[in-house]
Design a protein around this ligand. Structure first.
Ligand code: AMP
Length: 944
């Protein structure tokens, strides 16, 4: 016992004994005391000096102990205790065995949860906290105040939060629970190759647990998180920003071979537009627009160009198009200038379509359509941009021209190239196709370019003497004798630098051709501007001032109203000096004399091809006046579809009328010569031109009276112009003119019934004639009512019969003919209506696909089994002659088809095989055979 605290108590340990015990079969030592029978117990047991961790201000003391139940002692229970006390004392040094009770502070009274009785033993474990420690070390002491205790173990410890890596931040081991501070804030450090905007922090709880991290570390660009570390992105992947994301595979058309890539570079030939994200895919320039086509809208003077978007957009969706117009004269092209208008625009088009207006007829236009995207410029800057140029040659009514579809390099040395090309559709033999091959060095300045031109019969060529290492631009054009086809393909081939190098061919562009159609009046306005510097026309005489004002302001003046017809001529026609006229060749015979082709070269003006009508010698003054009256009439007109008067020679002995030259001559002959070769669309386009000319005449109150295909002239561009305006022409000039009972000569087949009956010639009777012209055109110059007599024709008309639809005639066109042939002239359409309707049909070519019912027996007027005299055909040639197909006689003979029986066995395929290729001819012969087989049919009725 050592209760006196004034002196050191040496006996303090005496009462606590070290006792060896056996528990559950194992032996261990305890500090025990059991003075339960004596009062006033105060027995102390103190530990040795315990060094304190400098950061551990709070320590835990875990005690294992046994306390005997006081009731298990007989008689001692009254003073017996069942608790003991825990004390502590801080010190900066070990004080050895010196013990002063007063220096100790009580920490807790320790009571057992279970007390130990006589027969069983209960070990209790209690933990107490000793807080607020600050000195270098401390002692613990246990005070017994009269209990029976065995202290099995004392464990003194403090708690830490273990060193850790959390969210890519490293935090050190941290002692938990500072004074009055249940949470200890700990700063961390980002792992290698990770960074954080905010210092990473975490809290260590009293219990030694980490909680609530602040400030996130993320792997730097080029690194991704792998198990608490940041690893480099593998080749082929990248990471652009510090983030917790993984590395991504390189986007389309990019790659990287490096580890730890921050970005992927564009592969060769691919680019990023300035606005493209650096992390996005790269894209290539778009390929060329495809299938460029052009549709004329003649009524509004427009051409609609449309195309299919590039096959390869280069992976972009910002494709725009630009359209450039060039006028090509031979091989040299110039910009079309500002006059050509584009709707909506010529650049930055987002739709694959543009409307081009203010174009002129007769000129070759080239439209270059390029596709662009955000990377075109970059690609171009590096010389990689491939642009495709589409060439369209714009002209009037071409016949389905062959196109050059591909151009190939088939052989090459350092100084020569062998090329070949394909044509589609395969040209018919009679087209006599040739090719014009033009080439020049690609890099030559346009002004200085030397072109070499070769004309070839076959679709291949070997070009020699080229400069090594040079790129040449080749252009091949299909020349077709029948039409002035413009079929061009441009291709660039380069030559190897030296013979040993094996270059691949760099190819720029290609393409094509489209045939273009435009109806003449669409360009009326431009022609009018160019022309009409006629001296006879003062400003007040100008018929048009804007395209909208198409209506003439003047009416036609009958030259007869002039007392002196010579005055009329001089008012309406320009006098030409005969020395300015060169006659070249007789091209026809007019009523008054020969018609020549020639040249007019007026001072200060360009040479023009002209037709020169002459007045044969020995004429009377009356004849001279009649002759010149045509010029007086023609001179009053100015329209695209009316033959233009260049001038007259009146002041010299040989009077002449000089008009524009129409290369293809009279329409009826032209159609017969091209039977089956012209599409319905083109035929309707021609009719539209004639109708426009007639509308002009009717607006001027001029009645033609002799409108027929033979009086329509056709020029090189298949433009049709109304001609033949003499005052006496119907009477004298027209071989079709027939004297009628009402007097005068009338071309019966072309003339409206009221004009035949009582000479009621009006624009409505011209409309009837126009209907006949329509029929002539759609039947390729067939004679109206064939070989019926005039009398039969008049009878049929009076009995309400009308011509049947020609073969392959669009239904809408035939319906219009029938309208023109209405008995009641007031009900016939006017020329204005006709022009509008034809325009409508041309605008939607689909509308021409429905074909009018056709009866071969009546339309071709084939006698059923017999010749014209009613007897059967005696020979194949007689039959062919009757259907105007004599040109194939030889084909039949060569094929051994010499009897009509053999003819009757022929199928369409057989007809083709013997060399009848033109669809129109093929049909005609096939239909004829059909008719021959039909024994019962006769040709007596036309449909109404
Ligand atoms: P005409 O008697 O005035 O109709 O002329 C007779 C023939 O000459 C016509 O059938 C045409 O073949 C030809 N002809 C007349 N005028 C022209 C012209 N401007 N251009 C070409 N050929 C013409």
């Amino acid at each position: 016992s050592c209760a006196d605290e004034s002196k050191a108590c040496a006996g303090v340990f005496v009462m606590w004994e070290v006792v060896q015990r056996t528990l559950n079969g194992s032996q261990f030592y305890t500090y025990s005391i059991c003075n339960v029978e004596e009062r006033e117990q105060d027995n102390w047991l103190r530990t040795t000096f315990i060094q304190r961790h400098p950061l551990a201000s709070r320590v835990f003391v875990e005690l294992k102990f046994i306390v005997r139940d006081c009731n298990s002692f007989d008689g001692a229970s009254l003073i017996c205790k069942e608790t003991f006390n825990l004390y502590t004392s801080e010190s900066d040094a070990d004080v050895g065995t010196t013990f002063r009770k007063s220096q100790f502070k009580k920490v807790a009274t320790i009571a057992p949860d279970e007390i130990t009785g006589k027969n069983e033993m209960h070990i209790n474990t209690e933990t107490r906290v000793v807080d607020g420690l600050s000195r270098k070390g401390f002692y613990l002491a246990f005070q017994d105040i009269g209990a029976c205790i065995a202290l099995l173990s004392v464990r003194v410890f403090y708690k830490t939060c273990p060193g850790t890596v959390q969210n890519l931040a490293t935090f050190p081991e941290t002692v938990a629970g500072a004074e009055n501070q249940p949470l200890t804030e700990v700063s961390g450090v980002c792992v290698d190759n990770a960074a954080s905007e905010e210092l990473p922090r975490i809290y260590c709880t009293e219990e030694g647990k980490w909680a609530v991290q602040v400030g996130q570390c993320q792997c730097k660009p080029g690194y991704e998180e792998v198990k608490d570390t940041c690893q480099e992105c593998r080749p082929g992947s990248f990471k652009a920003e510090a983030s917790s994301d993984a590395c991504e595979p390189c986007p389309a058309n990019t790659d990287t071979l490096e580890h730890g890539a921050v970005l992927c570079a564009c592969k060769d030939g691919f680019f990023r537009a300035p606005t493209d994200p650096s992390t996005g895919p790269c894209s290539g320039p778009p390929s060329a627009p495809r299938d460029l086509s052009a549709v004329p809208q003649p009524s509004v003077g427009r051409l609609i160009l449309s195309w299919t978007p590039p096959e390869d957009t280069g992976g972009r969706n910002d494709i725009t198009y630009s359209v450039e117009c060039q006028r090509c004269d031979g091989v040299v092209c110039h910009p079309c200038g500002e006059r050509v208008r584009y709707e909506p625009a010529s650049m930055k088009l987002t739709e694959a379509r543009v409307s081009v207006s203010e174009l002129e007829a007769h000129l070759n236009y080239t439209f270059i359509v390029e596709a662009h995207s955000g990377v075109s410029q970059l690609a171009g800057e590096r010389g990689l941009y491939e642009s495709t140029y589409y060439f369209i040659y714009f002209f009037l009514y071409p016949l389905n021209p062959p196109q050059i579809t591909t151009m190939r390099l088939v052989g090459r040395t350092s100084t020569s190239l062998a090329l070949s090309w394909d044509v589609s559709p395969r040209p018919r033999p009679q087209l006599n196709i040739r090719y014009k091959l033009t080439y020049h060095k690609k890099d030559d300045n346009l002004d200085k370019t030397t072109y070499t031109v070769l004309t070839l019969d076959k679709n291949s060529a070997q070009i020699k003497d080229l400069a090594p290492g040079t790129a040449y631009l080749f252009r091949v054009q299909a020349l077709v004798s029948l039409v002035s086809c413009r079929c061009v393909r441009l291709t660039l081939f380069s030559l190897p630098g030296n013979p040993s190098q094996n270059y691949t061919v760099l190819l720029v562009a290609a393409v094509l051709v489209a045939m273009m159609l435009i109806v003449v009046s669409a360009v009326l306005f431009f022609r009018r501007r160019k022309r009409n510097s006629h001296t006879r026309q003062g400003p007040e005489d100008t018929y048009f001032s804007t395209p909208e004002q198409l209506k003439p302001l003047k009416t036609y003046v009958d030259p007869h109203t002039y007392e002196d017809p010579n005055v009329a001529v001089l008012k309406f026609a320009t006098e030409i000096h005969p020395s300015h006229i060169t006659k070249q060749k007789v091209i026809g015979a007019g009523e008054f004399g020969e018609v020549y082709r020639g040249i007019l070269k007026a001072p200060g003006r360009k040479e023009v091809a002209v037709a020169i009508k002459t007045l044969k010698p020995g004429y009377t003054e009356k004849q001279r006046q009649d002759f010149l009256s045509e010029a007086s009439i023609m001179g009053q007109f100015s329209h695209q579809n009316i033959i233009r008067l260049e001038g007259v020679v009146t002041k010299f002995k040989h009077a002449m009328i000089v008009t524009e030259y129409m290369e293809n001559g009279a329409l009826d002959r032209y159609l017969r010569d091209h039977d089956g070769e012209i599409s319905s669309f083109q035929l309707v386009g021609m009719l539209r031109g004639i109708a426009a000319g007639m509308k002009y005449l009717s607006d001027m109150s001029y009645v033609h009276r002799d409108l027929a295909a033979r009086n329509i002239l056709v020029n090189n561009n298949m433009e049709c112009k109304v001609s033949d305006f003499g005052l006496s022409r119907v009477l004298e000039d027209d071989p079709e003119g027939t004297y009628t009972t009402s007097g005068g000569k009338i071309p019966i087949r072309w003339t409206a019934p009221e004009a035949i009956a009582y000479r009621k010639f009006t624009s409505a009777s011209d409309v009837w004639s126009f209907g006949i012209v329509m029929w002539e055109v759609m039947a390729f110059g067939e004679r109206p009512y064939w070989d019926m007599s005039n009398h039969e024709v008049m009878k049929a008309i009076n009995e309400a019969f009308r011509l049947p639809a020609p073969m392959d005639c669009p239904s809408a066109v035939y319906q219009l003919m029938l309208q023109c042939w209405l008995q009641d002239r007031a009900k016939r359409p006017r020329f204005g209506d006709i022009v509008s309707l034809l325009d409508k049909l041309l605008r939607s070519p689909e509308s021409l696909k429905t074909i009018a019912d056709f009866d071969p027996r009546v339309s071709i007027r084939l006698p059923s089994t017999s010749g014209s005299d009613g007897s059967p055909f005696r020979s194949v040639s007689e039959w062919l002659e009757s259907i105007k197909m004599s040109q194939y006689s030889e084909n039949f003979t060569c094929a051994g088809i010499v009897t009509m029986e053999q003819v009757l066995q022929m199928k369409t395929e057989d007809i083709k095989n013997i060399g009848v290729r033109l669809p129109g001819h093929l049909k005609r012969i096939a239909y004829s055979i059909l008719g021959l087989k039909d024994q019962t049919s006769t040709l007596s009725v036309f449909a109404v």
